[in-house]
Design a protein around this ligand. Structure first.
Ligand code: PQ2
Ligand code: NAD
Length: 212
């Protein structure tokens, strides 16, 4: 398996099952998509901004739900194997992406695994080990590394735009590399005292040989 990134902004995602796993999936996708969760019961776990619809579709009714919601991705997270299997079949017939919570390991290409995610602004890390307990411990370590990286991504995106057309590519890249490698910049991120943009400008000036 290898990770790919999907832009699901503004798309619909349909989740069957309102247990702990269905709630986790709803929270994952509700960050950027319109999520509908269909289930006869809903756990006390948060569902993000997902819309909850109380119903217990039989396998025969699954296709109708999929066609009505018209999602790009369908999640089967019920505790009913027959329903989950039908969700898989219906999604595959329609060429949709899907995730079956009751299956692990080898799978068809449209059957996506949901990695553990660490996010900070535009920075996103997807992590999979096949062993959820190991995934969790590694995710916690990565969270510490990624802390502040979202702010740095926004700052350096702005810097790239400013340096473009002003400096040749090799000098631009050297300046950006100096910024993202600088301990001074990383320390200033999110500390609420130092102004990271000012430190970035100083480093760029040193690198490009200009006065700030
Ligand atoms: C990353 C994360 C995303 C998410 O689900 O949102 C995720 N599981 C998480 C948590 C979690 N999972 C489990 C618990 C125990 C409590 C509980 O029952 O809920 C907890 C809670 C916890 O650990 O706190 C148990 C579990 N998980 C799977 C099985 C079935 C099996 O293995 O057969 C069993 C039952 C095993 C058993 O009972 O023995 C299978 C999968 N879980 C995956 C993803 C995919 C593989 C990704 C990978 O390679 O890691 C895959 C294959 C599903 C897929 O296809 O996407 C998420 C956040 C982790 C984090 O960041 O902390
Ligand atoms: N991928 C993972 O991380 C992971 C972890 C634990 C369990 N699982 C598997 O995922 C499944 C769900 O796990 P859970 O802990 O959320 O279970 P759960 O029993 O807490 O939740 C199942 C949900 O499905 C709903 N449901 C039942 N029939 C339905 C129907 N016809 N249509 C829609 N919803 C229906 C129930 O009302 C309930 O809300 C289990 O089968 C389990 O094997 C996966």
């Amino acid at each position: 398996m290898l990770p790919l990134l999907h832009d699901l902004a503004g798309e619909s995602v349909l989740v069957f099952g309102g247990g702990r796993v269905g709630a986790r999936r709803a929270r994952t996708f509700a960050v950027e998509s319109d999520v509908v969760v269909v289930s006869p019961t809903f756990s006390e776990h948060g569902f993000g901004d997902a819309r909850r619809v109380r119903a217990a579709p039989s396998p025969d009714a699954v296709a109708e739900w999929v066609d009505r919601v018209d999602p790009v991705l369908v999640v089967a997270a019920t505790d009913d194997t027959a329903v989950n299997a039908t969700v898989e079949r219906v999604a595959a017939e329609r060429g949709l992406l899907y995730n079956r919570a009751d299956r692990a390991g080898a799978r068809d290409p449209c059957h996506v695994a949901i990695p553990s995610m660490v996010r900070d602004g535009d920075v996103v890390v997807g992590l999979s080990t096949g062993v959820p307990a190991l995934t969790k411990v590694l995710r916690q370590r990565i969270e510490a590394d990624v802390d502040g990286a979202g702010e740095l991504a926004a700052l350096t995106a702005e810097l790239r735009r400013e340096l473009r057309d002003v400096h040749p590519p090799e000098r631009r890249r050297a300046a950006l590399r100096a910024v993202v490698r600088s301990d001074r910049v990383w320390k200033a991120l999110g500390d609420g005292v130092a102004n990271p943009r000012q430190i970035v400008d100083e480093i760029v000036s040193e690198e490009l040989g200009e006065s700030p």
